[in-house]
Design a protein around this ligand. Structure first.
Ligand SMILES: *Cc1c(COP(=O)(O)O)cnc(C)c1O
Length: 374
């Protein structure tokens, strides 16, 4: 027997969530965003599982794209931040990638490069996020310079990113959207604007392309769930087991620093999972976990390889009991990664991308419904 901690990845749920995203925005196409190792789920496995559904993938850098090509993925791949060095251009060409451009130097580099075939380019406008993108007053000049070089670039799209689409608070979001609509009309440009929250909650943002990320993995990015987000299925289940039980009297401290003290005689389950696996050390006392499908909670600080849960009220549990840290228990009970994130003062994105390589990923479902280990 080996350590019981694994991340189970349900590729059927991934395909369900992708289809759901596409159905919400039926007049455009949806990029599957699989940057950061598909938000911790394994980029190549996820790309293979979506290759027949998603007309293109999106990643953050050329290394991520290269790994997909080496794994046999031949769908178009968009570099969301473009290239970081001019030297990447020949590789962008030979790998057949599409690139964003957000800075003047990238435009100069593209126009100085002589590709054998023109490169598809997405021009990023800063509509209010104030992170990447051209300011509005530069957009028209940049757009026309690229448009005037059909031997170098093709398929120009207007791209932008929302700062507050998840908050369901419309003022700033509407300001960004108004500006984007104005520019899209003025340039007669096809758009790519919607991330997951905009895909789920703001149909008016849906364009020629959309860019769902976190929703593909079953997490709900909205401040309050809506009908669309309730249709998502969790993809990753982080599961382990109880490996020891402590029977303690009242007033006994548990774990480092004695943060949690037994209020009454208590049973404490010790679980094989810790921050050395990526489970967040910020998890407060009371962070939910499922033990044999029943709700329990963290009691005491998370250690590197272990964490402790209060199973006083779960008398039939003990050594060997199943622990679901997030995802779906074999009984069908679900603990959402979003709920766990709230107890850790973070978001699902950091928990999912934070699952470390020490945790084996086990895949099931997908196009050929094969079971594989990675
Ligand atoms: C990561 C990313 C996305 C996906 O965002 P989600 O909130 O995960 O849907 C979309 N667009 C850009 C530019 C990104 O970097």
């Amino acid at each position: 027997m080996s350590r019981p901690l694994i991340a189970e990845i349900d590729l059927d749920a991934l395909r369900h969530n992708y289809r759901h995203a596409q159905a919400l925005a039926p007049h455009g196409q949806s990029l599957a965003v699989i940057k950061a190792n598909a938000y911790g789920h394994g980029a190549l496995a996820c790309a293979r599982a979506l290759a027949d559904l998603a007309p293109a993938f999106a990643v953050a850098c050329i290394e991520e794209a290269q790994a997909l090509r080496q794994g046999g993925i031949d769908n178009p791949i968009v570099l969301l931040e473009g290239f970081f060095q001019t030297e990447e251009l020949p590789l962008i060409e030979s790998l057949g990638l599409w690139t964003a451009v957000h800075s003047e130097w990238q435009v100069e580099a593209l126009l100085a490069h002589r590709p054998r075939r023109p490169i598809p380019v997405w021009v990023k406008l800063d509509s209010g996020m104030h992170r990447l993108g051209f300011p509005a007053q530069q957009l028209e000049r940049i757009w026309h310079r690229l448009l005037d070089a059909p031997d170098r670039v093709r398929d120009l799209h207007l791209m932008s990113h929302f700062a507050t689409a998840d908050a369901l608070e419309p003022d700033y979001f509407q300001r960004q959207l108004r500006m984007l609509n104005e520019w899209a009309a003025r340039l007669d440009a096809p758009t790519c604007l919607a991330n997951s929250p905009a895909t789920l909650a703001w149909p008016e943002t849906h364009g020629a392309w959309n860019r769902p990320g976190i929703m593909l993995y079953g997490s709900d990015p909205l401040e309050g769930a809506n009908d669309a987000s309730r249709g998502l299925k969790p993809v990753m289940t982080l599961r382990s087991e109880i490996i020891a039980v402590q029977e303690l009297g009242a007033g006994e401290p548990v774990g480092y620093g004695g943060r949690w003290i037994t209020p009454a005689p208590s049973r404490i389950g010790v679980v094989a999972a810790g921050y050395g696996d990526g489970y967040d050390r910020h998890a407060r006392d009371g962070t939910p976990v499922l033990v044999d499908g029943q709700r329990s909670r963290i009691a005491g600080k998370v250690s590197m390889d272990m964490l402790t849960v209060d199973i006083t009220n779960l008398p039939n549990t003990g050594i060997g009991s199943r622990v679901t840290l997030w995802g779906q228990d074999t009984s069908g009970a679900v603990l959402s990664v979003d709920e766990v994130a709230r107890h850790c003062d973070t978001i699902s994105y950091t928990l999912l991308t934070g699952v470390l390589p020490r945790v084996p990923r086990r895949y099931h479902g997908g196009m050929n419904s094969v079971t594989a280990e990675a």
